[in-house]
Ligand binder design. Sequence first.
Ligand code: PHE
Length: 341
Amino acid sequence: MIEKINNLLKEIESFQASKLEEVEQFRIKMLAKKGLITELFQDFKSVEADKKREVGAKLNELKIKASDKLNELAEKLSNSVSSKEFDDFDPTKPVDFSVIGSRHPISIVRNRIIRIFDKIGFVVSEGPEIEDDWHNFSALNFPEDHPARDMQDTFFIEKTPDIALRTHTSSVQVRVMEKSKPPIRTISPGRVFRNEAISARAHCIFHQVEGLYIDKNVSFADMKQTLLYFAREMFGDKTQIRLRPSFFPFTEPSAEMDVSCNICGGSGCNICKYSGWIEIMGCGMVDPNVLKSCDIDPEIYSGYAFGMGIERMTMNLFQINDLRMFFENDTRFIKQFGSVI
Ligand code: PHE
């Protein structure tokens, strides 16, 4: 028995392997259920009592040496690239583009809007999604009892002091006005939250781009021309716009802007509900109270602001009829936009 053990010890010491499979075969040969070392342990039962101590110690040593050697070889081989793998590696091969991802349609449209305004000098500004009452409402001239402050519209996080998820990115513009002096020309894209029932046309989370321009002598005509430029860049150079009177606490006068339907060109179809027009944004001249809240003198400066929902615009551009698809992240849907930039 001792002799057998010594022979195996020698075999283990001199064993070398160049592949992981060889190590595994050696493990099977030695330590598996029917392996040589396992068999010796079974034979141990018949060793005479006075030799058991010596043989037992030797056997344990053998087992430990075998598994140490196997672990050492396995570790060495798994860290090194096998020569076969290395031979197959061709650094001159072109990159495989087949698994490239695609941008989400909301990001595509957001980036287009940013690019259009970038060309006429609007810079992007960002702000927090969790806002206080001042930046989301009070500085924007919302009266204390305005329904938009109501629990039904706003997701409140704390009631005293009022901390909520922003309901629009106008809050970012308040932050910009507080920090900088006019001229200000900025757009703020971002995610906003309103407590609305989820349907094909509405969601409690959506995306906006809001714009703000403040300088000396800014007029309603400047706003109209800027928005016409935007509409034509976005929907094509034949696009018409129309402004309908509206109301927002932070602008006076306020308007709602429609663009001629980009699908039927204004003659009427089911996308524009046979009206020929599609509503895309709210806009108006910044209310003097808002300028005052941000320490800007309304006697010297004036400005305009506008805000649009990205989801609505994306639905028009790509003729998507259910807004919920933007949030489901079904890759079959998103993949369709792989070639759009
Ligand atoms: N903040 C408005 C909204 O969320 C949009 C808007 C911005 C309207 C600026 C007018 C001027 O609906």
